[in-house]
Write a protein that binds this ligand. Structure first.
Ligand code: ADP
Ligand code: MG
Length: 216
């Protein structure tokens, strides 16, 4: 893996910044078809991660992911807290005691998304964060299998995340709070799909920058 966990403070900062910058838009989406608390929930988790970012960056990737999952699970709350928490804890577990490379990362991420599906009793197509996570996991797996250059994999990951988010616009919500509104959910992007897209793209941008200019 060309990236070390010393990048974690930068990754956490970039993620928090992406959510802060788009807070208003995500809140409007969650107000339209949810209860409007998604950003507040997420920011509780991101604030906790910001406070612990140096400590977390001293762990190896799998241990750091597990720690992030635990922090997120105990601070975010709402439906998204346990789902984002599950994603990171499962990713850490799946990657633990393995040599980390693009292939093993893609498997760990895939398993983590499976764990989110299980936890949420949901799948892609139901207007949730899974409409971003599932295509992103699939894209990384395919890219790893075909040994796509990392810069290309990162670029495609962003495209998959954005397309996945956009795909929720015309979907009918069948899971989470939005499902109570039925047909009225059509025409709005899902808040969790938007937050996961923004966080994935923020992570990718940091990784991409380090790919072209390795840290001295
Ligand atoms: P809450 O819905 O409890 O207020 P949040 O507002 O923090 O929690 O998060 C809402 C987001 O969580 C939704 O936009 C959706 O993406 C995601 N979500 C909710 N329920 C599920 C589920 N069962 N499976 C996957 N994602 C879900
Ligand atoms: Mg909400």
């Amino acid at each position: 893996m060309p990236f070390t966990s010393s990048l974690l403070p930068e990754l956490i900062e970039a993620t928090a910044e992406a959510i802060a910058k788009n807070a208003e838009e995500i809140t409007l989406l969650d107000q339209a078809i949810g209860d409007g608390d998604h950003v507040t929930n997420l920011q509780r988790g991101l604030d906790a991660l910001m406070m612990q970012r140096t400590e977390i960056s001293q762990l190896d990737w799998p241990a750091a992911w597990q720690k992030i999952g635990m922090v997120v699970m105990s601070t975010i709350g709402g439906a998204s807290g346990s789902l984002y928490g599950t994603l990171f804890v499962a990713m850490g577990k799946a990657a633990s005691a393995k040599e980390l490379n693009v292939q093993s990362f893609s498997e760990a991420f895939f398993q983590a998304v499976e764990a989110v599906k299980h936890r949420g009793k949901s799948d892609a197509g139901e207007k949730t964060m899974l409409d971003v996570l599932v295509p992103v996991a699939k894209n990384i797996q395919e890219a790893a299998a075909s040994s796509l250059p990392l810069s290309k994999l990162l670029e495609q990951t962003k495209q998959a995340a954005i397309a996945g988010m956009e795909s929720t616009r015309d979907m009918l919500a069948t899971k989470g709070r939005a499902s109570f509104l039925g047909e009225r959910t059509k025409g709005h992007i899902d808040a969790g799909a938007m937050s996961s897209q923004l966080m994935i793209c923020a992570v990718v941008d940091v990784l991409h920058a380090h790919l072209t200019t390795p840290p001295q």
